[in-house]
Design a protein around this ligand. Structure first.
Ligand SMILES: [Zn+2]
Ligand SMILES: [Zn+2]
Length: 86
Protein backbone atom coordinates (compact mmCIF):
# COMPACT_ATOMS: atom_id res chain seq x y z
CA UNK A 1 0.00 0.00 0.00
CA UNK A 2 1.38 3.40 -0.98
CA UNK A 3 0.62 5.97 1.68
CA UNK A 4 0.58 9.76 1.83
CA UNK A 5 3.24 11.78 3.57
CA UNK A 6 2.26 14.61 5.87
CA UNK A 7 2.48 17.95 4.01
CA UNK A 8 3.86 19.61 7.14
CA UNK A 9 6.40 17.22 8.67
CA UNK A 10 6.84 14.59 5.90
CA UNK A 11 6.04 11.67 8.16
CA UNK A 12 4.12 8.66 6.79
CA UNK A 13 0.42 9.25 7.53
CA UNK A 14 -0.60 5.60 6.82
CA UNK A 15 -3.44 6.92 4.68
CA UNK A 16 -3.55 5.22 1.26
CA UNK A 17 -2.90 7.57 -1.68
CA UNK A 18 -5.74 6.05 -3.68
CA UNK A 19 -8.30 6.84 -1.02
CA UNK A 20 -10.92 9.46 -1.83
CA UNK A 21 -9.89 12.62 0.05
CA UNK A 22 -13.45 13.06 1.24
CA UNK A 23 -13.15 9.91 3.34
CA UNK A 24 -9.64 10.39 4.68
CA UNK A 25 -8.83 11.11 8.29
CA UNK A 26 -6.49 14.08 8.88
CA UNK A 27 -7.13 15.53 5.40
CA UNK A 28 -7.68 19.29 5.17
CA UNK A 29 -9.10 20.77 1.98
CA UNK A 30 -6.77 23.44 0.58
CA UNK A 31 -3.89 22.15 2.71
CA UNK A 32 -3.58 18.44 1.99
CA UNK A 33 -2.87 15.31 3.94
CA UNK A 34 -1.63 15.82 7.48
CA UNK A 35 -0.42 13.23 9.96
CA UNK A 36 -2.31 12.61 13.16
CA UNK A 37 0.00 14.81 15.24
CA UNK A 38 -0.09 17.81 12.90
CA UNK A 39 -3.83 17.47 12.47
CA UNK A 40 -4.43 17.42 16.21
CA UNK A 41 -2.02 20.32 16.76
CA UNK A 42 -3.20 22.62 13.98
CA UNK A 43 -6.77 21.72 13.07
CA UNK A 44 -8.63 20.13 15.95
CA UNK A 45 -7.35 19.09 19.31
CA UNK A 46 -9.95 16.38 19.60
CA UNK A 47 -11.12 13.64 17.30
CA UNK A 48 -14.35 11.95 18.22
CA UNK A 49 -16.51 9.53 16.28
CA UNK A 50 -19.74 11.37 15.52
CA UNK A 51 -21.72 8.16 15.90
CA UNK A 52 -20.49 6.43 19.07
CA UNK A 53 -18.76 9.42 20.68
CA UNK A 54 -15.48 7.58 21.28
CA UNK A 55 -12.09 9.21 20.95
CA UNK A 56 -10.72 8.24 17.52
CA UNK A 57 -7.38 10.04 17.72
CA UNK A 58 -5.56 6.77 18.43
CA UNK A 59 -7.36 4.63 15.88
CA UNK A 60 -5.66 3.22 12.82
CA UNK A 61 -6.32 5.74 10.00
CA UNK A 62 -7.41 2.91 7.72
CA UNK A 63 -10.28 2.22 10.15
CA UNK A 64 -11.52 5.79 10.08
CA UNK A 65 -13.90 7.60 7.78
CA UNK A 66 -12.80 11.19 8.25
CA UNK A 67 -12.89 11.38 12.06
CA UNK A 68 -15.58 8.72 12.48
CA UNK A 69 -15.14 4.95 12.72
CA UNK A 70 -15.74 3.23 9.39
CA UNK A 71 -17.75 0.58 11.24
CA UNK A 72 -20.05 3.15 12.84
CA UNK A 73 -20.45 5.02 9.56
CA UNK A 74 -21.30 1.87 7.61
CA UNK A 75 -23.70 0.75 10.31
CA UNK A 76 -25.61 4.04 10.06
CA UNK A 77 -25.56 3.97 6.25
CA UNK A 78 -26.86 0.39 6.28
CA UNK A 79 -29.63 1.36 8.65
CA UNK A 80 -30.64 4.34 6.54
CA UNK A 81 -30.18 2.42 3.26
CA UNK A 82 -27.63 4.86 1.94
CA UNK A 83 -24.92 3.84 -0.50
CA UNK A 84 -21.65 2.40 0.81
CA UNK A 85 -19.11 5.21 0.96
CA UNK A 86 -15.95 3.20 0.22
ZN1 LIG B 1 2.85 15.92 10.28
ZN1 LIG C 1 -17.68 5.06 16.41
Amino acid sequence: MITEKCVTCDVDTRVAVNRNVEFRPFYVIGVGQLCRDCYLKTVKNVMVCGYCGEDTSNEDPSMLYAQDHIDCTLEVLRRTNRIKPL
